[in-house]
Design a protein around this ligand. Structure first.
Ligand code: ADP
Ligand code: ASP
Ligand code: MG
Length: 421
């Protein structure tokens, strides 16, 4: 028999009917003899609602109380699913983060998992009781609830799978797998049967929110077999996970050498939640970059793309970089307080931009991907404001108005469009 982790996202547990549907998916696996730990998200929209209440209460929320509030959505769904399973005659109980315990660091609201002891969880699952775990939450060193960042239930699921040494971690969501790009934007997107950890990591960190980036990182380092599939399939018509822990549907995230036919480009991702900061006429002298980026790092602000131009006279430079949109106001205030030291002329922030990324392990051995990409975008009149690359990814920053056009154009250019019948 296999030991599996089944994770259900917000739309999959959006109301009581959907939770009952999830109970049927779980019951199918239990009936087939598999041992099951389930990880649930909050009902769709609930976490946003909880965050809006926190922001209504105060402009500067204490991160520990923020976590106490926003973690509650998962507590509700874990209890409700346990009840629906019991109602179906399936032995089940709910688990909150602290009960496992799923230990985290003290970075409240974006905490990282540090350890999962989980002995009683493991023996309970092995004895045949379905564990219904509240995702997105753990316990910090000082004994407070800590949440794992938006989309963090994916990471809870992978971490639990690693701790239980599970045969498979199945992420059930509202699409039936990982696609070549967001299927809600490009109708010609194709489902990938397999995708490598590395590509999935780049896709997730470039905006494909189907999996939280950290969950992929963790699956890669802990060698967790990870699959993405739909909870909207009829629970009765889907086969149970087989003895090897292999799922037969959805997308498998696996090692590169398990993928026989590899494309040069496997996917296109986009991220709308970045903001652009431009410093105009900064003194161009040694150490200026450190003076700009040091304080931002100290303020825990992640800088992504960076472009620096030297002016014609060589005395000043313009610097453009991107930060998460949520951190834009803080980034600006950090730089404003250092205006005298940095001696820049003007500081500008903009949110009407989008980052579009082309991803594929095949880029390692194929030249010309960037050149083709830039030419095609130029032909469509799309101006590129910044570029960054890694071995398997090229990202560009463009005006937000061109997002769909750019994604569709690149999807066709790299041969990813589905053939229409
Ligand atoms: P859940 O609530 O189940 O965690 P999410 O909304 O976090 O679901 O993630 C699923 C969504 O991810 C899909 O509805 C889809 O719009 C989006 N998505 C973005 N990029 C991709 C991609 N490449 N493949 C599949 N889905 C994608
Ligand atoms: N409910 C949390 C969120 O909306 C965690 C998750 O869904 O994975 O971010
Ligand atoms: Mg999600």
């Amino acid at each position: 028999m296999a030991l599996i982790v089944m994770k259900f996202g917000g739309t999959s547990v959006a109301d009581m009917d959907r939770i009952r549907n999830v109970a049927q998916h779980v019951k199918r696996e239990v009936t087939a003899g598999n041992k099951v730990a389930v990880v649930v998200s909050a009902m769709a929209g609930r976490t946003n609602e909880l965050i809006s209440w926190v922001n209504d209460a105060t402009e500067t929320p204490d991160p520990k109380e923020y976590d106490a509030v926003v973690s509650s959505g998962e507590q509700v769904t874990s209890g409700l699913l346990a009840l629906c399973l019991q109602n179906e005659g399936v032995e089940a109980r709910s688990w909150h983060g602290w009960q496992i315990p799923l230990e985290t660091d003290d970075a409240h609201s974006k905490a990282r998992i540090t350890d999962i002891k989980g002995e009683s969880l493991k023996s309970s699952v092995e004895n045949g009781t379905v564990a219904v775990i509240a995702g997105f939450q753990g316990i910090s060193p000082d004994g407070r609830i800590a949440t794992l960042g938006r989309g963090g239930s994916d990471t809870s699921a992978v971490a639990i799978a690693a701790a239980l040494d599970a045969d498979l971690c199945d992420i059930y969501t509202d699409v039936d797998g990982v696609y070549t790009t967001d299927p809600r934007i490009v109708s010609k997107a194709q489902r990938l049967e397999k995708v490598s950890y590395e590509e999935m990591l780049e896709m997730a960190s470039s905006g494909a929110k189907v999996l939280q980036t950290r969950s992929v990182e963790l699956a890669m380092t802990k060698n967790v077999r990870l699959a993405v599939r739909s909870s909207f399939d009829d629970p009765a018509s889907v086969p149970a996970v087989n003895l090897d822990g292999n799922s037969t549907i959805g997308t498998l995230v696996c090692n590169e050498d398990e993928i026989v036919e590899q494309q040069v480009v496997s996917g296109i991702a986009y991220a709308k939640d970045e903001a652009k900061v431009t410093l105009i006429n900064v003194a161009d002298e040694p150490g200026v970059a450190a003076k700009v980026f040091g304080p931002l790092a100290e303020a825990n602000i992640n800088v992504d793309m960076i472009v620096q131009n030297v002016s014609a006279d060589g005395a000043t430079t313009d610097m453009t970089f991107t930060v998460p949109e949520d951190d834009l106001a803080r980034a600006i205030s950090v730089l404003e307080t250092r205006k005298d030291e940095l001696r820049y002329e003007e500081l500008k922030g903009a949110t009407d931009i989008v980052k579009v990324s082309v991803i594929g392990v095949g880029m390692r051995s194929h030249a010309g991907v960037a050149a083709n990409m830039f030419k095609e975008l130029a032909d469509k009149g799309i101006n590129i404001q910044a570029i960054t690359t890694s071995e398997i990814k090229i990202s560009i920053l463009i005006d937000a108005a061109y997002q769909e056009l750019a994604v569709r154009t690149l999807h066709s250019l790299f041969g990813l469009d589905q053939e229409t019948a």
